[in-house]
Design a protein around this ligand. Structure first.
Ligand code: IVH
Length: 659
């Protein structure tokens, strides 16, 4: 078979499996088989670049960074929607529509209003040629390279030579958003405030390889112009799905206003359980000809409206801005609020993130502010509403010293946050005790937030090590601490002394070292002494550890206060090691690829890797964690480097797999 033919065949097959995957159908093949097809296609395209097309399924890993976005013009413009906030608002919308159309009843399509970023996708002859953000509705930004990295955006439609503009929403599922923020916190980056911000930030990256590592999703809900032969939104959703798009499973057709109201009430109820955040329900005339008759105003159509959920944003008065000091010393401004019920929960505090945010939103004590709760995210102050003529407090400024220990604060280069750098700061100690006792660290039953606070306030404990020299009679002297409780706590503390190195490390709370990094570091160094002696260079060898984290680890082990805490823990009987079985599980969790010519047979190498706990796949994707490169490694090596995947030589691999 000619390479051209094979490329075509593989492309057809891979597209089919992509569709199965994204329409939620059962996949006919395993991930490994999928990777094998992809890998073969990558190989053929590399060897025969003349047959490589822009819509190849391999085009998902991002391309060279841009210096700026160019503009796109939306024709027809991307309109916004009028809002309804209540049943009455909806009923007046409905009356207006019926009046315009001179009808007694109409069918509506009701759809969850996804809280993401809207995107226009232009397909020519079924191939994705351009993606643009909404911008002001007429002019947006060209984010084609970024859109190509989103796996639920088909690069080619499942249709014959179709030219069409698809409109829809890019968003993070709640699960992916949490995962992204966890990853960011572990690597010392500040988390995104909410999925919408994260989406917009990810979509507007000049370097599309960054976007390719952000697990975004896309759902379609409209076309630029109505395609020939389609008459209703219901038909359109069927077609969109057939062409290869995800459409929302919650979309419904309603025959009566009562059904629309019931659908709204249902959304309010199921909202918290949906996989993505929604901020309301969009109501559209189902019939396209009725839409044409109803027409549009300059900014919004008369045939649709967004019935917004109300309760998750409320206004209240900001009493004062307090500074919270976290375990790492980070200073976070927190708004103390007049209690207000937001989305069914009483909120008294909301985060203001950092000084830049407080200034940007210009919130001051005494202001009327809007507070938002979105899903599980901590409540935040969205904005302040100026009251004309009212006197205001002075603009907020972060303090020049730690509000708890009065020690100096610093702002590291390139950071928006300020830090208290005194490791003996009481606030930091309290928080580090809580963290040490938490489930993901030492999991010390009975040592909760309240007790941590009591112990520090009573001056009984001034570091995590202090927990292990507590005396029984001291403990029972505390309020609400009976003998039984004290005995149990001692038993839990005793048990915690045998914790493995990875959990011990997590518990130390070294900046930038979360659960994942702790496991990787522990697997590499195995015991505390070896880790304590490790140089920055040696630390940098560990997967996922960059220069900032490496230096933060060194600093922790050499700083006089933190190193003495470690010493005291050792004296208290800690000797944490990471157990690695004889066969070696040092590659556990790795998703590995081999490339190039190896000295040993490829199969043997794979077996070794799997025996050491790794999963072996054949192509480099955003999930790959490790590449073993033999002689004459080619495009996979380039791609791995581009994605920042750790690369080992065959010799290095042997050393890590066979120990
Ligand atoms: S239809 C004229 N359908 O809501 C039709 N929009 O305020 C306009 N949105 O910018 C769009 N889910 O980002 C439509 N199912 C849905 C939607 C939806 C979310 C967003 C979209 C738009 C905004 C309108």
């Amino acid at each position: 078979m000619s390479p051209q033919q094979e490329i075509t065949n593989l492309t057809v097959l891979i597209r089919k499996y992509n569709r199965q995957y994204y329409s939620g159908d059962v996949s006919e093949i395993t991930d490994g088989e999928y990777d094998a097809l992809m890998n073969r296609l990558l190989f053929l395209e590399r060897e025969n670049p003349e047959y490589c097309s822009v819509d190849s399924p391999t085009a998902r890993v991002g391309s060279a960074p841009l210096t700026s976005f160019s503009g796109v013009i939306h024709d027809p413009p991307m309109l916004s929607l009028s809002n309804a906030f209540s049943r009455d608002d909806f009923l007046s919308f409905n009356s207006r529509v019926l009046n315009l159309l001179k009808l007694d009843q109409v069918k509506y399509s009701v759809e969850p209003k996804l809280d993401g970023v809207s995107l226009s996708l232009v397909y020519e002859n079924s191939v994705l040629v351009r993606a643009g953000t909404r911008g002001d509705g007429i002019r947006g930004e060209d984010v084609t390279d970024n859109a190509r990295t989103i796996r639920s955006i088909p690069l080619r439609l499942n249709a014959h030579r179709l030219s069409v503009e698809i409109r829809g929403e890019v968003f993070f599922t709640v699960k992916n958003f949490k995962k992204l923020n966890r990853r960011r916190e572990e690597s010392g980056e500040s988390p995104f405030a909410n999925p919408r911000n994260a989406t917009s930030g990810s979509l507007r990256q000049l370097d599309s390889t960054v976007t390719s590592l952000r697990p975004l999703s896309f759902m379609a809900y409209a076309t630029g112009r109505y395609p020939d032969g389609l008459e209703t939104q219901e038909d359109l959703f069927k077609k969109l799905h057939m062409w290869g798009f995800m459409v929302n499973r919650q979309n419904r057709i309603c025959d009566t206003p009562e059904q629309v109201i019931a659908a709204y009430n249902n959304f309010v109820e199921v909202r918290a359980d949906l996989p993505m955040e929604i901020d309301g329900m969009v109501i559209k005339l189902d019939s396209f000809s009725q839409r044409a008759e109803a027409g549009s105003l300059s900014r919004a159509p008369r045939w649709a409206t967004a019935w917004k959920f109300h309760a998750e944003e409320m206004s209240t008065t900001l009493i004062e801005i307090e500074i919270q000091v976290g375990r790492t010393g980070r200073l976070t401004p927190v708004a103390r609020l007049e209690p207000v019920k937001v989305g069914g929960v009483i909120v008294t505090n909301a985060t203001l993130h950092n000084q830049d945010e407080v200034i940007r939103k210009d919130v001051r004590p005494g202001d009327i502010v809007i507070v938002r709760r979105a899903g599980d995210v901590i409540p935040e102050v969205v904005t302040s509403l100026p009251v004309e003529g009212a006197a205001r407090a002075k603009a907020f400024k972060m303090p020049g010293e730690c509000p708890v220990c009065k020690g100096p604060v610093v702002k590291p280069d390139g950071e928006v946050n300020l830090y208290c750098i005194n490791p003996s700061c009481e606030a930091r100690i309290r928080r580090s005790l809580e963290h040490w006792a938490s489930r993901k660290a030492l999991d010390i039953e009975g040592l909760g937030k309240k007790l941590c606070e009591q112990l520090v306030d009573a001056g009984m404990v001034n570091s995590i090590a202090g927990l292990y020299s507590l005396k029984y009679h001291e403990l029972t002297a505390l309020e609400r601490m009976g003998e039984l409780k004290a005995t149990k706590l001692f038993a839990a503390l005793e048990k915690s002394r045998t914790i493995p190195l990875s959990r011990f490390l997590t518990g130390l709370g070294i900046p930038g070292v979360g659960e994942v990094a702790s496991r990787d570091i522990a697997a590499e160094f195995r015991d505390l002494k070896t880790l304590g002696d490790a140089s920055e260079e040696a630390l940098l060898e560990v997967k996922g550890i960059g220069p900032v984290t490496a230096s933060s680890i060194r600093e922790f082990f050499t700083n006089s206060v933190t190193s003495s805490v470690i010493e005291q823990l050792v004296k208290a009987g800690f000797n944490p090691v990471e157990e690695v079985s004889g066969k070696g599980i040092s590659l556990a969790g790795e998703i590995m690829v081999f490339t190039g010519t190896l000295e040993m047979p490829r199969q043997k190498a794979k077996e070794l890797a799997m025996g050491a706990g790794a999963k072996v796949t054949s192509s480099i994707t955003g999930k790959t964690t490790l590449l073993v490169a033999g002689k004459n490694a080619g495009s996979k090596l380039v791609k791995a480097e581009k994605l920042g995947v750790r690369v080992l030589s065959e010799k290095e691999f042997l050393e890590s797999a066979v120990n």
